[in-house]
Design a protein around this ligand. Structure first.
Ligand code: ATP
Ligand code: MG
Length: 351
């Protein structure tokens, strides 16, 4: 069986440059390689509600924003089925059957879930839906019999739940699902891009992001205020690279040709780092270099976004058509699952 790819994002805000290197870039490469039978990208509105129950408008309004981000970054809706999670209700029936195959303690021990609970202050008032989101994500993936899931590093423990659910289901009711693999970007820094604050990963919910839709001025302001090395006060001071966000972003985005274009007195990143460590290289120079690189990446994305905003109905149509297509596929899997489980009430239907 050929590859089926599925991935997605929570519509909790616009997509950021962490999404770009962590997942969007891999998605676009896979799309262009064409080695797949089906390719789905899901906007996970129901999952977003698990920690935004009082903020339905935010989630709803961000659906179209995320869709615009996808297409402007290079996802081609002619090759990829973009759909909205809540428009495929079968996913929730599948979730219900999967919930019986996972223990509460297994979810509570999941390192990503543990971190996210802490970050959201859910220690004492954890919504069941939030704890359950890895199970619901298993349904999102397995409903399409996906085997490749391009993600950032934080999602690897969550995908492990999908793998366990698939095994349990196969053991319990018969072989239906195949092995699922989370596909990480090639470098560690891209798999978990840190936020501008230098503390958490870049995240829509943490307010520490450079968004794909940020204009030039905003990007510059954000980069100029990014966390570097607090001990690097004078230009002549030796500077630290570890934990320095500007160098972390250069690791993720900088290529040798950027030096020829924007900073020809250096040949490569290694040389720039050496100089910074030795002393004599100021933060502002490095930040301005990074700013040129990020704006070069974002400039065509901004242009495409403008065009899409002028034809917003086309984007809604893409989401509507994609959701119908995804629903038809999920219905087939659900029927197969119920058959395997012996959950057929055909006799009742015939009465
Ligand atoms: P939220 O704060 O609402 O959880 P988020 O910024 O974490 O938003 P998600 O929608 O949860 O974004 O994640 C979508 C995809 O992007 C996932 O595959 C996730 O692993 C990846 N991703 C998110 N943040 C980063 C990051 N900083 N670096 C690399 N990949 C990331
Ligand atoms: Mg997240």
């Amino acid at each position: 069986m050929k590859n089926i790819i599925l991935t997605g994002d929570r519509p909790t805000g616009n997509l950021h440059i962490g999404h770009y290197v962590g997942s969007l870039k891999t998605r676009i490469e896979l799309q262009n390689q064409g080695d797949f039978e089906q390719y789905y990208v899901m906007i996970a509105d129901t999952q977003a509600l698990t920690d935004n129950a009082n903020n339905v408008d935010k989630v709803k309004n961000n659906i179209i924003q995320v869709a615009i981000d996808y297409i402007s970054a290079g996802i081609d809706p002619n090759k990829v089925c973009i759909f909205i999670q809540s428009m495929v209700p079968e996913l929730f029936e599948i979730t219900a059957y999967f919930m019986n195959l996972v223990s509460v303690s297994r979810l509570q021990r999941n390192p990503t879930i543990k971190d996210e609970i802490k970050q959201r202050g859910f220690d004492k008032s954890l919504p069941i839906g939030f704890l359950n989101y890895p199970v619901s994500q298993a349904a999102d993936i397995l409903a399409f019999n996906a085997n490749i899931v391009p993600v950032g590093e934080d999602q690897i423990p969550v995908i492990e739940v999908t793998r366990e659910v698939a095994h349990s289901f196969n053991n319990c009711y018969g072989q239906i699902f195949r092995e699922v693999k989370g596909l990480l970007p090639q470098t560690k820094i891209c798999a978990r891009l840190p936020g501008l604050d230098g503390k958490l990963k870049m995240s829509k919910s943490a307010g520490n992001s450079i968004y794909l839709c940020d204009d030039e001025k905003t990007v510059r302001e954000k980069i100029m205020s990014a966390y570097t090395d607090p001990g690097h006060i004078k230009v002549s001071d030796p500077g630290k690279i570890e934990g320095n966000i500007v160098f972390a972003y250069l690791d993720a985005f900088c290529r040798d040709e950027h030096f020829q274009k924007y900073l020809p007195e250096y040949q490569n990143l290694k040389q720039l780092k050496e100089h910074y460590k030795k002393g004599g290289l100021g933060d502002v120079k490095v930040k301005l270099f990074l700013n040129s690189i990020v704006n070069e990446l974002l400039s065509p994305i901004r242009e495409k976004r403008k065009q899409l905003e002028e034809n917003i109905d086309d984007v809604y149509q893409i989401l509507f058509d994609g959701s119908l297509k995804a629903r038809a596929a999920a219905q087939q899997t659900l029927a197969k699952m119920k058959d395997a489980m012996g959950l057929d009430y055909k006799k009742l239907q015939n009465k």
